[in-house]
Design a binder for this molecule. Structure first.
Ligand code: NAP
Ligand code: MG
Length: 496
């Protein structure tokens, strides 16, 4: 980094400028072949830092380190020891929250105030929540029919886990992945996205400071090839992946071949339904933040809005007005609510969907097509399309940007049909004052999560994940702990 970045504290600046290493076996080391790759500040497009690029030799070393920690000090640690370390890590994150919020803003373009208000607390509470689990992982005694026989089960860690995360909530995703795996007693090789390598490396320093045995957590920065080498490694027992459906399919196919355990948290095109009797103020607010939060770069973005025809113009008009007023700005500016998209590539992708929507005949009620080459940062203003038809690409495909499509419906049957007409099944929302309608629709919407008169509520204890093309398995809560445990059945003859 050549010049100081306005708004950056000296602690964060010092970290960003550092020569970064892969975190393998408790040490920060260069890639075996010395390769690095650049990471950029999406608010300016400027080069920020270089991160080490992990190749196959580094993947081998990280998996070996994870294996020896599992067979050594980490595996030998009692449950309470794992709890203590997870609590300590949560405390360290809390101590360094301001710095981490800045690193995240700088590397990924997420507004710093948002990181402080949401991402950091969520990551910290995730570690605290899972810190409570190690001491509650219990087997069972089974009342088997054989005489003089004791049969019981043990819950054992699955083994070395490959965890691959995306760029949209880098630190929070790292917490969602690491906490349950560590609570279960697994060891981990974590690969952050190439667009946002820095916060995971800072987290690795805190893992070391917390006192986790070397090799318990390893962090490999790199790109999709690094991820591919990692998931294909024969030493990896389980893969946990968050990202695109396309890569999820490839990972699941390979995991099937090798019979690795796998959980996938993939994309979405989530429907948000406003019934005629809804509290319109709340619905407009929920629909707005549901899609535009983090500039639409959220797997559970409420990207399809269906409104009863009697309220359609009112809702769409108010949303368009609010979207037109929304200001985009640099992520380190504390006043910014809507930062840039993460990369030039994502900017181009979203721009392509805006152009495609117009070409297909949809009306842009708010927002605009940004210039072909961004002038500095990768900013795209909140956009709202109306006059859409179900077959349009902007209605069917995950855009992962601040682009909402809205359409009216005439009755509840039509709303359910429109909502479920998607390959995805991550989240769905219903706004209504009728309890009966709300819960009837909650049962009929094909999604892993349904929000009634709300959007994006969450808690480390509440299962999170999708059906259909949105994934396999659940994060959060006991469900995600179980994804990192195997059940062993022990038979004992008592005749001796
Ligand atoms: P992606 O390619 O699926 O990337 C997600 C993670 O997987 C990154 O760490 C990536 O590494 C890694 N990866 C890529 N190819 C891999 C492979 N063959 N094997 C193992 N790991 C691999 O997603 P993206 O390209 O960053 O984003 C594309 C689209 O995916 C977005 O526009 C959005 O629609 C969707 N997406 C969804 C989520 C979500 O939360 N569900 C998150 C992000 C993106 P590198 O990034 O280093 O290449
Ligand atoms: Mg970056």
């Amino acid at each position: 980094m050549n010049s100081p970045v306005p708004g950056l504290s000296s602690r964060a600046a010092e970290f960003v400028r550092r020569t970064h290493g892969l975190f393998i076996g408790g040490a920060f080391v260069p890639a075996a072949d010395g390769r690095t790759f650049p990471t950029y500040d999406p608010s300016t497009g400027a080069h920020l830092a270089d991160a080490p690029y992990a190749g196959p030799a580094d993947v081998d070393a990280a998996v070996a380190a994870a294996r020896s920690a599992l067979d050594g000090p980490w595996g030998a640690l009692p449950a309470l020891g794992r709890s203590r370390l997870l609590v300590r890590l949560a405390e360290l994150l809390e101590e360094h929250a301001a710095e981490l919020a800045e690193i995240e803003a700088l590397d990924g373009g997420k507004p710093v105030a948002m990181n402080e208000a949401m991402d950091l607390p969520a990551a910290i509470e995730h570690f605290r929540y899972y810190a409570g689990w190690p001491t509650k992982i219990e087997g069972e005694t089974i009342p088997v029919h054989l005489p003089d026989t004791l049969c019981y089960t043990r819950k054992e860690p699955v083994g070395v886990c490959a965890q691959i995360i995306p760029w949209n909530y880098p630190l929070m995703m790292a917490a969602w992945k690491l906490a349950p795996a560590l609570a279960a007693g697994c060891t981990v090789v974590l690969k952050p996205a190439e667009q946002t390598p820095l916060s995971a490396l800072r987290l690795a320093e805190l893992v070391r400071e917390a006192g986790f045995p070397p090799g318990t957590v390893n962090v490999l920065t790199g790109d999709g090839e690094t991820g591919r080498a990692l998931v294909r490694h024969e030493g990896v027992a389980k893969i946990a992946f968050t990202g695109s459906t396309q890569v999820g399919r490839e990972i699941a196919a390979g995991a099937g071949e090798r019979l690795q355990r796998v959980t996938l948290e993939l994309g979405g095109k989530s429907p948000n339904i406003v019934l005629a009797d809804a509290d319109i103020d709340a619905a407009v607010e929920g629909a707005f933040s549901g899609i535009y939060f983090n500039s639409g770069q959220t797997c559970i973005a409420a990207s399809r809005l269906y409104v009863h025809r009697s309220r359609y113009e009112e809702v769409v008009g108010r949303l368009a007005g609010a979207a037109q007023k929304a200001e985009v700005g640099p992520a380190l500016d504390r006043a910014t609510r809507f930062g840039p998209l993460v990369s030039a590539e994502q900017y181009e992708r979203v721009r392509g969907y805006l152009l495609g929507g117009l070409a297909a005949g949809a009306t842009l009620r708010a927002g605009e097509v940004p210039p072909a080459a961004p002038d500095g940062g990768f900013f795209v203003r909140p956009a709202l399309f109306t006059d859409v038809t179900p077959g349009m690409r902007i209605v069917r495909e995950e855009i992962f940007g601040p682009v909402l499509v809205a359409a009216p419906f005439d009755d509840v049957e039509e709303a359910v049909a429109l909502a479920n007409d998607t390959p995805y099944g991550l989240a769905a929302g219903v706004w209504t004052r009728s309890l009966g309608q709300a819960h009837t629709l909650a049962a009929r919407l094909r999604a892993g999560m349904v929000y009634l008169n709300s959007w994006a509520s969450g808690d480390p204890g509440a299962p999170f994940g999708g059906v259909k093309a949105s994934g396999i398995g659940r994060e959060m809560g006991r469900a995600n702990l179980d994804a990192y445990l195997e059940t062993k059945t022990v038979w004992t003859s008592l005749a001796f």
